[in-house]
Design a protein around this ligand. Structure first.
Ligand SMILES: Nc1ncnc2c1ncn2[C@@H]1O[C@H](COP(=O)(O)OP(=O)(O)O)[C@@H](O)[C@H]1O
Ligand SMILES: [Mg+2]
Length: 236
């Protein structure tokens, strides 16, 4: 499977009748098994781009080719759980065909066993994110979209969740698109990094990481970080 994104532009109209240009022309593709990471300043248009890619916003210039049969898993910036449904019901509603075995495996892996019957209002942000992740993986997605899944968590929690996301992503040959502010998360989780400009977003650097994700040592990560720092300086 392959996702092809070619956006020629996206604007929002303001209430006063003006236009607000959010995306500049940009183009990229992702294959199954590949993790693309979008890195860009706050407000540059990342969430807008994800909505377009998911088909939730069709008011844009350009074209997105998504395999029509692709199952989609999505973790929004806010966990967006139904507040009057339990954790388990939230996942089952999104993935009606999920087996009990799959559900148990996901809940165990994401440390949600004790929270199956809790309601979203009873959960911390970290736990709510885990539920959103369980919901996204329960559909066994072909295209997984993660919008800042580690934002606003303390370092220890974010690190643990990042490792769990890495394991889940490696468990299926999906196309994954991840938005993050963290270069460290990007180089641990990604195969290709797309650095975006301030609004209107365009891709200023498209950086593939040659070493397979699971084989990157701390020394490799340090070297990649240094290479990226040099690139960033050149692009300024
Ligand atoms: N529905 C909308 N109507 C008008 N402006 C919007 C809407 N959604 C987002 N924007 C504007 O588009 C820009 C990009 O927003 P967003 O895609 O959420 O950025 P990011 O996810 O990169 O932080 C911001 O200036 C934001 O205010
Ligand atoms: Mg956003």
């Amino acid at each position: 499977m392959r996702l092809e994104v070619e956006i020629t532009g996206k604007t929002f109209k303001s209430a006063a009748g003006g236009t607000h240009e959010v995306l500049a022309p940009l183009k990229f593709a992702l294959q199954s098994g590949e993790v693309g990471v979008l890195i860009g300043p706050s407000g540059c248009g990342k969430s807008t781009m994800l909505r377009i890619i998911l088909g939730l916003d069709d008011d844009f210039g350009g074209h997105v080719a998504r395999p029509p049969e692709a199952r989609i898993g999505m973790v929004f910036q806010e966990p967006r759980l139904l507040p009057w449904r339990s954790v388990e019901q939230n996942v089952r509603l999104a993935a009606p065909d999920v087996t009990e075995a799959k559900l148990s495996e996901l809940f165990r892996f994401l440390e949600l066993d004790a929270h199956r019957n809790h309601f979203p209002g009873e959960l911390s942000l970290g736990l709510a994110r885990r539920v959103a992740l369980a919901r996204a993986f329960a559909v066994e997605p072909d295209l997984l979209v993660l919008d800042e899944p580690l934002a606003s968590l303390d370092d220890a929690l974010a690190g643990r969740l990042r490792d769990e996301i890495a394991t889940l992503v490696a468990s299926r040959p999906m196309m994954t698109l991840l938005v993050t502010h963290s270069l460290d998360d990007a180089i641990r989780l990604g195969d290709r990094l797309f650095f975006l400009s301030p609004r209107p977003a365009r891709i200023v650097q498209d950086v593939p990481i040659a070493i397979p994700r699971a084989m990157r040592s701390e020394a490799d990560l340090g070297r990649i970080r240094a290479e990226l720092a040099a690139l960033q300086l050149e692009s300024k």
